[in-house]
Design a protein around this ligand. Structure first.
Ligand SMILES: O=C(CO)[C@H](O)[C@H](O)COP(=O)(O)O
Length: 278
């Protein structure tokens, strides 16, 4: 892991305006998480994602491992580092993707692609998260890949999460305001939405596509509902109850699955949180 000074320098380099500012002011700007000259908060978050991803790959991947590759923007850095280690250390690694995106990442980086038919037990799965609470319950599925992500994570000896500081919460809903994603069979989206609101309150919205008319269609040809819950819940019970509703494929609640989370922090450090039961 690069030291704090190096990281701070690279963050500063991303913002040209900062280069012309006295060091003290630049530091204050980075501490405020935003810059009046550019979108530095984005750059800082990207650096934090990279720190977390590199730490996880350095600490958990070994020769002959079968590795689950998560989805999202943070995992891109993990696959970069994985490919670098495979090249430099001549590691023999097999990758199991959790989405179409992950499959493309594995192929583009020249890594060995396989599937759960051939490797139903994985050594490590590394994946991002939308939010992580104090007991390592996760909200996932911001990118719509929750079902395959949960299947692959469920096959792992170690499920390792990588995230930037914005995902770190005491309680779910503190940072992530888009709710819990729920993948549903398309014909069931209205009854499932009504059943969730009736039972747990809040609001459910059908996730709409951005560059296509109509709803988001998942890699499994289903729809995504985003349940905007109102208050803290017993997430294990909620997860089980939602999964029992006919038409629900999977929820984005990952309870008692993650072994360790790596958070890339704003000061260039990496914070870890371990699950008490793993
Ligand atoms: O669950 C996911 C996709 O379904 C992602 O892992 C999650 O949305 C985090 O993404 P990012 O690394 O881009 O913040």
């Amino acid at each position: 892991i690069r030291g704090p000074l190096v990281v701070t320098m690279s963050m500063a380099n991303a913002c040209v305006a900062r280069l012309f500012y006295p060091i003290g002011l630049a530091a204050r700007l980075s501490n405020t998480n935003s810059c009046r000259f550019c979108d530095c908060s984005t750059t800082m978050a990207e650096e934090a994602k990279k720190l977390a991803a590199y730490a996880a790959v350095n600490n958990h991947i070994q020769h002959n491992h079968v590795v689950g590759v998560g989805s999202g923007s943070t995992i891109v850095y993990a696959v970069d580092r994985l490919a670098e280690r495979v090249r430099q250390e001549k590691l023999n690694i097999v990758c199991i993707p959790t989405s179409f995106q992950a499959r493309q990442l594995v192929l583009q980086n020249g890594l060995c692609l396989s599937d759960l038919d051939r490797y139903p037990e994985l050594d490590v799965v590394i994946d991002g998260a939308d939010e992580v609470d104090a007991s390592l319950t996760l909200i996932k599925g911001g990118g719509g890949c929750l079902t395959q992500e949960k299947i692959v994570a469920g096959c792992a000896k170690q499920f390792i999460v990588i995230a930037d500081y914005r995902k770190d919460s005491k309680m779910l809903g503190q940072q992530w305001k888009k709710g819990v994603p729920v993948e549903v069979i398309p014909m069931a989206h209205v009854p499932v939405s009504r059943a969730i609101v009736r039972r747990f309150g809040g609001e459910v919205v059908l996730r709409m596509a951005v560059s296509k008319a109509g709803p988001v269609v998942t890699d499994n040809s289903n729809f995504i509902l985003d349940w905007k819950f109102e208050c803290a819940q017993n997430w294990k019970e909620v997860n089980t109850a939602i999964k029992m509703i006919p038409g629900v494929v999977e929820t984005g609640l990952f309870v008692d699955m993650a072994k360790r989370v790596y958070f890339g922090m704003q000061d260039g450090s990496v914070k870890t949180r371990d699950c008490p039961i793993h």
